[in-house]
Design a protein around this ligand. Structure first.
Ligand SMILES: Cc1cc2nc3c(=O)[nH]c(=O)nc-3n(C[C@H](O)[C@H](O)[C@H](O)COP(=O)(O)OP(=O)(O)OC[C@H]3O[C@@H](n4cnc5c(N)ncnc54)[C@H](O)[C@@H]3O)c2cc1C
Length: 259
């Protein structure tokens, strides 16, 4: 590590791993727009509105209700409302262990040089990576509340700075440039996606609870749910280990590496 990344302080580390291929980062918003535009070109009709819930009878969803009172009748409904998936189910009497957990991202500049900087995850939970001429970083908050207000926690950056300067001595000099806050759609049961039909309303498909790692799973999830809608089963990748049934049976598929 010291040879490959001379800017890294490694004295207190016994072991590290480095992915040399099949890893990296990309513009998440760009990916979303690419999917959206492709869907539009294939005839998908987007409605800009606030969904308020699902009208249902006899164990099936009949329609999605909107805040202007409109009902959109449907054969199938998909709840893909991210950190807001749980309140959307309230009218059905169903509950989901999915809550918004705030994560802040801090962008900083520094005179430090970190050539070939990968995404670095420190044992403390802090992560950082380069972003052009600057760096971005984040870390879990000391207390993780459910559905807190989405304000940037600037005090937490002081904590981040201590760890950054310890791991990369060059980061002792840095300047916070900007910051933003977002929600992890956190599945408190086992921190993994809840995917596919809800056992109590089988024509309601869930794509929820990704717990902060949903972007990398999005292409497979989209394809899997499309297969379910068209073929009634997952055909290319078996996503059934992520089924909601594990909640009913009290099983967990624990994700230990949420950063
Ligand atoms: C700081 C941060 C860093 C992250 N880093 C990574 C990463 O490195 N890798 C990774 O894989 N993932 C990462 N994630 C997680 C990733 O962004 C999410 O897992 C992913 O966006 C979840 O996708 P989704 O479609 O389920 O929900 P979202 O992307 O939240 O989309 C839900 C959509 O539903 C809309 N919506 C909600 N309620 C309603 C309603 N009632 N009516 C109409 N529309 C509604 C919302 O406006 C939103 O557009 C990160 C998240 C954060 C916050």
């Amino acid at each position: 590590m010291q040879q490959r990344f001379p800017w890294l302080q490694v004295d207190d580390l016994a072991l590290a791993s480095l992915g040399l291929d099949g890893e990296g980062w990309f513009d998440g918003y760009g990916l979303l727009m690419a999917f959206k535009n492709k869907a539009r070109s294939l005839g998908v009709h987007y409605v800009k509105a606030q969904a308020t819930g699902f009208a249902h009878s006899h164990g099936r969803v009949d329609a999605v209700t909107l805040d202007d009172g409109t009902q959109l009748p449907c054969d199938w409904a998909v709840n893909a409302a991210g950190a807001w998936a749980r309140p959307l189910l309230a009218g059905t009497g169903l509950d989901l262990p999915v809550y918004g957990r705030k994560r802040c991202v801090y962008a900083f500049s520094s005179p430090a040089k970190t050539p070939d900087c990968p995404l670095v995850v420190d044992p403390s939970g802090l992560w950082f990576r380069s972003e052009g001429d600057i760096w971005i970083c984040g870390l879990p908050p000391p207390q993780d509340d459910n559905d807190p207000p989405l304000e940037v926690d600037y005090n937490l950056f002081d904590q981040a700075w201590l760890t950054l300067a310890h791991r990369v001595p060059g980061f002792e000099a840095l300047r916070l440039q900007r910051a933003w806050a977002g929600y992890y759609e956190y599945n408190t049961h086992d921190q993994n996606a809840l995917l596919g039909p809800h056992p109590a309303l089988p024509n309601l498909l869930l794509a929820n609870g990704f717990s902060g790692h949903g972007l990398q799973q999005a292409p497979a999830v989209g394809r899997g749910l499309a297969e379910w809608l068209v073929d009634g089963a997952y055909t290319s990748l078996d996503l059934s280990p992520l089924s909601v049934q594990r909640l009913v049976e009290g099983r967990a598929l624990l994700e230990k590496n949420v950063i």
